[in-house]
Ligand binder design. Sequence first.
Ligand SMILES: NC(=O)c1ccc[n+]([C@@H]2O[C@H](COP(=O)([O-])OP(=O)(O)OC[C@H]3O[C@@H](n4cnc5c(N)ncnc54)[C@H](O)[C@@H]3O)[C@@H](O)[C@H]2O)c1
Ligand SMILES: Cc1cc2c(cc1C)N(C[C@H](O)[C@H](O)[C@H](O)COP(=O)(O)O)c1[nH]c(=O)[nH]c(=O)c1N2
Length: 173
Amino acid sequence: MSVHELPVLPLVERDAFRNAMACLGAAVNIITTDGPAGRAGFTASAVCSVTDTPPTLLVCLNRSASVWPIFRDNGYLCVNTLAAGHEALSTLFGGKTPMGERFAAAEWHTLASGSPLLEGALVSFDCKVAQVVSVGTHDILFCEVQALVRNDETHGLAWFDRGYHHLLRQDAR
Ligand SMILES: NC(=O)c1ccc[n+]([C@@H]2O[C@H](COP(=O)([O-])OP(=O)(O)OC[C@H]3O[C@@H](n4cnc5c(N)ncnc54)[C@H](O)[C@@H]3O)[C@@H](O)[C@H]2O)c1
Ligand SMILES: Cc1cc2c(cc1C)N(C[C@H](O)[C@H](O)[C@H](O)COP(=O)(O)O)c1[nH]c(=O)[nH]c(=O)c1N2
């Protein structure tokens, strides 16, 4: 069979892609920023490690989100990885709620970048946005980690199958 005779595969529809992506468990994070463009925060599961030299992670942000221009202009952000018990906070930062109401629901600190660091987060990565690449509807923010704070006492939180799941540390099982 020549390459011209291969059957044409059906395009993967948006909903089929999302249903498949719902099978990939992921950490839940609140991404925050504060600076000349203002203060903002949103929930993100599209976060992962890129390289440890220099320590870099990526965050995917939909350009249609109300927070997008604020992140674009500030150039600094904090990735706050949520702990077990943060489900309501995650939902609050997951869209539609006014920004003041989102931040009023928790305690915040700041490190060098000035981005809000969540009290009780599993880990917080204080970052400078080093590079931005647009793909489809989203911007991929490549973030260089300038400082981090860990909270080794708390358990983790995962987003899987459109719901929250607690992740217990090894010594708690
Ligand atoms: N990467 C993202 O932008 C992203 C990720 C998770 C959830 N969300 C948003 O949170 C809400 C609830 O999500 P859900 O998981 O309950 O159900 P859903 O059916 O909207 O999404 C299922 C999965 O598909 C992926 N996904 C969803 N929207 C996407 C997008 N616009 N671009 C790329 N990937 C996307 C994510 O992995 C998500 O967990 C929705 O409004 C969704 O758009 C967005
Ligand atoms: C569990 C979960 C996970 C994600 C989201 C939601 C939820 C509930 N959202 C959506 C995002 O949080 C929402 O669009 C922002 O809060 C912006 O909303 P407003 O435009 O301000 O209402 C989201 N958006 C995004 O751009 N990248 C992401 O990785 C995710 N992940």
